[in-house]
Design a protein around this ligand. Structure first.
Ligand SMILES: *Cc1c(COP(=O)(O)O)cnc(C)c1O
Length: 428
């Protein structure tokens, strides 16, 4: 494939935008080469500026679960824009999407909308600290909760791909309040709680990790965390920015039947526009400004265009009783097909999958936490990534990312993908 125009656009962008991108993982630093620039997308396909077509497994890193340029979302945004794009006053549509989200997700009474997943997680932790009167938080190595200071301690994909797990600019003071546990390892959590009695406000995690590849919780990990939190007056925060409205209507809480105290959303909830949200039961949410003392605000929060996109998306997810099954079935099919051709080509690999999230690791052992994920062969991944790109399959340019399937994918697309994996595997 030719990438002339993308290369030229990237050179131009580099002059005026750090690294030529507005979010680091787009830059292809982890895989080498220069990023392709998107021109347009429809359904399961994205087209670049050189008019190459790709079957897209990034889907804007999750939001486009029903495919690109999904008509009901596009229509909702266009109609809404004609009425004015922002007011700084409350609008009815904010209540409508709040009502729907609360109806879909278990254990939440109120929801506050923000502009990104980062904001959602940052605000949820502030609220947890304000509510409990405690300062420390526990997060897990390899889990990503956005780029706010408290979370940039072993933060998964983006940060890891760039070899700066702990970003300069995060102060010692902030870092000391973030305690680091090991995913799927309850003992590591217990040890932190014992070493910091009555100091921990919350445990935050991706209920299914997606930023170190896809790593499902094992051995009732989520329920065991719930029990620990109950025993020690700690709030449990599910960061469902990736899993929310993707694994089930009610996200991981519904899928695993485990209650979180606070839940963070992003990605799907905005239908491709910049939206995040956090939610909890009344007792907790009433601590938030203007009802309570914990401050949180946003000029463009609840923006009507973003709410219109999110509402159209959630409505269709809510009304389609088979959507999550259908996505899971397509993902299972892809998993099986990829396993087979990788085996045939004698490529050492491990595939993790849950619902419509899947990741291929070039590692021989099970991938259950950050350390096992990091053992994957990155050189093999680089070759694999560029090979797939050349075959017209767009996967995330990082070995630490999950592939996201969208409902617009046909079984022909999946077969084409498996064929590409076979061809590329032969060259590894
Ligand atoms: C993407 C992501 C975030 C950050 O969301 P942004 O909208 O990029 O700020 C937080 N948590 C998880 C689990 C994510 O996948």
């Amino acid at each position: 494939m030719l990438y002339q125009r993308s290369s030229a656009l990237f050179s131009e962008a580099e002059q005026v935008i750090p690294g030529g991108v507005n979010s680091p993982v787009r830059a292809f630093k982890g895989v080498g080469g220069t990023p392709i620039f998107a021109k347009s997308a429809k359904g399961a396909y994205v087209y670049d500026e050189d008019d190459n077509r790709y079957i897209d497994y990034i889907n804007s890193w999750g939001p486009m679960i029903l495919g690109h340029a999904y008509q009901p979302v596009v229509d909702a945004v266009i109609e809404r824009a004609k009425l004015g794009t922002s007011f700084g006053m409350p609008t009815e549509i904010e209540t409508k999407i709040a009502e729907l989200a609360i109806a879909m997700v278990p254990n939440i009474d109120k929801i506050r909308f923000v502009n990104s997943g980062t904001e959602a997680c940052m605000s949820a932790v502030r609220l947890a600290r304000g509510f409990t009167g405690k300062d420390k938080i526990i997060k897990f190595a390899g889990c990503y909760h956005g780029h706010s200071d408290a979370f940039l301690i072993q933060a998964g994909s983006g940060a890891v791909t760039f070899g700066s797990p702990n970003s300069p600019g995060v102060t010692q003071g902030t870092a000391k309040d973030t305690l680091l546990a090991i995913y799927n390892n309850l003992e590591s959590v217990k040890a932190l709680i014992e070493a910091n009695p009555n100091e921990i406000a919350c445990i935050i995690l991706e209920p299914v990790a997606g930023n170190m590849g896809c790593i499902p919780p094992r051995d009732n990990f989520l329920q065991k965390l719930r029990n620990l939190c109950d025993a020690h007056d700690i709030l449990l925060i599910f960061d469902e920015v990736m899993t929310g409205f993707r694994l089930a209507k009610g996200g991981a809480q519904e899928l695993f039947n485990v209650k979180a105290d606070l839940v963070c959303f992003g990605k799907v909830i905005g239908g491709g526009l910049p939206v995040g949200a956090f939610a909890a039961r009344n007792e907790i949410m009433n601590h938030l400004s203007p009802l309570g003392p914990v401050y949180q605000a946003g000029t463009l929060s609840g923006n009507p265009l973003a709410m219109a996109a999110g509402l159209a998306m959630l409505n269709d997810l809510n009304n389609d009783s088979k959507i999550f099954e259908r996505l899971a079935e397509k993902t299972r099919y892809l998993h099986e097909g990829c396993s087979k051709v990788l085996q045939n080509n004698k490529v050492t690999h491990t595939i993790n999958r849950l619902g419509s999230m899947i990741s291929i690791h070039f590692a021989k052992d099970e991938v259950v936490d950050f350390t096992s994920s990091a053992k994957g062969n990155n050189d093999t991944f680089k070759t694999f990534f560029h090979g797939m790109l050349n075959e017209g399959i767009y996967i995330a340019p990082s070995a630490f990312e999950t592939w996201f399937l969208c409902d617009a994918l046909t079984y022909n697309d999946l077969d084409e993908t498996i064929k590409a994996v076979d061809k590329v595997a032969a060259s590894l």
